[in-house]
Design a protein around this ligand. Structure first.
Ligand code: IMP
Length: 191
């Protein structure tokens, strides 16, 4: 079965390829002839995930799935959410963290959650899968692994930040792996 993962992130592609096994001829965007930037113009994580997957289906006629993720902070009414990648003004992890820490300066509630939504378009039908991990945001950064907001996020039930965990450790509990696990389960009957 031919299936496209609508991402240009080689790391994400390798991760999901390992989970899906050989049954699916998982294609990259380039391999299906899609060289353009996918649209991400909605104001929700769900919306952007769906927009990317539907774009590929509509323009290339290939079954596909896309993911979109973000950090939702309780005290900021769910921000940065869909704006997580550019929250500090540019695509810069340190700038993003700086803005979050500044905005949480006087907040007593430092709870937050990472969320991933995967949208699968299979023969024109749309399915969505959501993975969430809740945690607390520190006042300073700890650790050097990972990316994004990892250095300030301590998942509930853990002592260390995501940036202090190995990729494997984070991969067992992360929002992304939880959403992907649901996708893999859903696709099993099609293999
Ligand atoms: P994407 O949709 O996976 O590209 O994620 C959008 C943005 O959300 C990233 O640029 C990060 O700022 C943030 N983000 C998503 N997942 C993670 C994560 O696992 N750790 C830290 N930050 C993340």
């Amino acid at each position: 079965m031919q299936l496209c993962f609508a991402t240009n992130n080689a790391h994400k592609l390798a991760e999901i390829k390992a989970l899906l096994g050989e049954t699916f001829a998982l294609k990259t965007l380039k391999e299906i002839g899609c060289e353009e930037e996918l649209p991400e113009t909605t104001d929700t994580i769900e919306g952007n995930s769906r927009q990317k997957a539907e774009y590929v289906w509509e323009h290339f006629g290939v079954d596909c799935f896309a993911d979109d993720s973000g950090l939702e902070i309780t005290a900021l009414n769910g921000a940065p959410g869909v704006h997580s990648a550019y929250y500090g003004g540019s695509r810069d992890f340190q700038g993003n963290i700086a803005r979050v820490l500044e905005e949480l300066k006087s907040a007593s509630d430092r709870s937050a959650r990472f969320k991933t939504v995967i949208t699968l378009v299979l023969q024109g039908k749309v399915y969505q899968f959501e993975g969430v991990i809740t945690g607390q945001l520190l006042k300073e950064q700890r650790g050097s692994q990972g990316f994004g907001y990892d250095p300030i996020f301590v998942p509930d039930g853990h002592e260390r930040t995501f940036a202090e965990m190995s990729i494997e450790e984070k991969g067992k509990i992360s929002h992304r792996s939880r959403a992907f696990a649901q996708l893999v389960d859903f696709l099993k009957p099609y293999s």
